[in-house]
Design a binder for this molecule. Structure first.
Ligand code: NDP
Length: 400
């Protein structure tokens, strides 16, 4: 069996550590490392079998290199923050170790959501004979694999693809974000963008709105067009798709709070001077908001994330919806986390399993949809994220 080094002991890191420990046939030894060792030790205490813990500042490549040399992992699974991606990839290059993450690199001073920095490592990873798997969370991650699965099994061509992400959960707080608030708010306050006939079209933040009737009793929810990073690789890897959009649901209460925070300048990511010290308003805001990791206990309801594809098979027009429903309370009962961390951490573990068992192999930097979706889809059903596929008579009205 193999050795995995998990970097980042937040909401997602906790789920990854729990899930790797439930798959000991693959993950023989596990080390969980983070900026604060105490974050790792708290998680290790909840896990029945032994996992190692360590302190590392992953912004500092030489610290990560030293830890890799000491623990000798077969794979580094990065679930720290997007800011650390490149520094950790450098450490993997220096030590010849495979790499996996769930979010694209972001510079701290710009919210860009672009893969080019990481794709630029392809030749160096190839030459070093190692593999990097990018974006193996839910979205990006499972939504890319859902698209690859739809194409492989049900379509000759996909004409339009809508990724729809619904969190119908309620954490009982006036305002909180389901994952790292800094990353979440940067994403939500950015311009919307979608792909049509080979071009990207911009929309003002959260200006495009539809009501979608979600399945299995979740019912109608307000959803908003956003840019989301998986569209960059999906439009490249599935060039036949003529229109691709991403939608996420938000409640009115969340949006009202967000608007106020934005209007008063609390979501700014440029430094301001306070008491003679530079602070970033959004980072300060993060410090006063509820810790997403603490929401698990109180969150009820379900998430429903999937893809709606419209296209042709054997000359026939087809409308197809593939989704997962995940229950916040069930996740908490299983691994002490809410569904947002769970739906990210489980696919990160599965991606690592695909690599460590050689079911997904390559030298260079890859996105998940470049590999055979079938073994990954099988694992989703086994590891707690079962999926449902349905054929529709026509494209749902809100997505026309
Ligand atoms: P959290 O903020 O809960 O956790 C981040 C963790 O990273 C913390 O434990 C923190 O350390 C650690 N960390 C931060 N900086 C460093 C550093 N310099 N060196 C080492 N460790 C560091 O975030 P989440 O768990 O919610 O998210 C983790 C990742 O998953 C993010 O990149 C996020 O964008 C991504 N994500 C992806 C999704 C998808 O579907 N693809 C969905 C949700 C999230 P400490 O506690 O020790 O201070």
């Amino acid at each position: 069996s193999k050795k995995v080094l998990i970097i980042g002991a937040g909401g997602v890191g906790s789920v990854v550590a729990h899930k790797c420990a439930m798959n000991r046939d693959v993950f023989g030894e596990i080390c969980l490392a983070s900026r604060r060792k105490s974050s790792c030790d708290k998680i290790a205490e909840q896990i029945d079998s032994e996992i190692h813990t360590a302190q590392v500042d992953a912004d500092n490549t030489s610290e990560t290199v030293a830890l890799i040399k000491d623990f000798q992992p077969d794979l580094v699974l990065n679930v720290a923050l997007p800011y650390q991606d490149l520094a950790i990839m450098d450490a993997c290059l220096e030590t010849g170790t495979d790499y996996l993450d769930t979010a694209n690199y972001e510079p701290r001073d710009e919210a860009k959501f672009e893969y080019h920095w990481q794709w630029a490592y392809h030749d160096r990873f190839k030459e070093a004979g190692i593999m990097a798997l990018l974006g193996s969370g839910f979205d990006p991650g499972v939504t890319n694999i859902f698209t690859a699965y739809a194409k492989k099994h049900h379509f000759d061509t996909i004409d339009t693809l809508d990724i729809i992400d619904c969190n119908a959960g309620d954490h009982g707080k006036a305002f909180a974000t389901n994952f790292n608030p800094e990353i979440n708010i940067r994403e939500v306050t950015a311009n919307g963008r979608y792909f049509q006939n080979g071009e990207w079209k911009e929309t003002p933040p959260l200006s495009e709105h539809r009501v979608f009737d979600f399945p299995d009793g979740i019912g109608p929810k307000d959803m908003y067009l956003m840019y989301h990073e998986e569209m960059e690789s999906l439009t490249k890897n599935f060039p036949d798709i003529k229109r691709m959009r991403f939608w996420m649901t938000f409640g009115q209460q969340y949006l009202t709070h967000l608007k106020v925070l934005e209007n008063v300048g609390m979501t700014r990511i440029d430094p301001v001077i306070y008491n003679g010290q530079e602070i970033i308003p959004l980072q300060f805001l993060k410090a006063v908001l509820p810790d997403p990791g603490s929401l698990g206990e109180s969150t009820k309801g379900r998430t429903c994330i999937g893809v709606v594809a419209d296209g042709h098979k054997n000359g026939e027009r087809k409308h197809y919806y593939l989704y997962n429903i995940c229950d916040h309370e069930a996740c908490f009962a299983e691994v002490n986390s809410q569904a947002i961390s769970y739906t990210t951490g489980v696919p990160a573990m599965i991606g690592a399993k695909m690599m460590l068992t050689d079911q997904w192999k390559g030298k260079g930097v890859f996105n998940v949809e470049e590999f055979d979706p079938d073994p990954f889809m099988e694992q989703l059903n086994v590891q707690g994220l079962p999926w449902v596929e349905s054929w529709l008579d026509k494209k749902p009205e809100p997505l026309v």
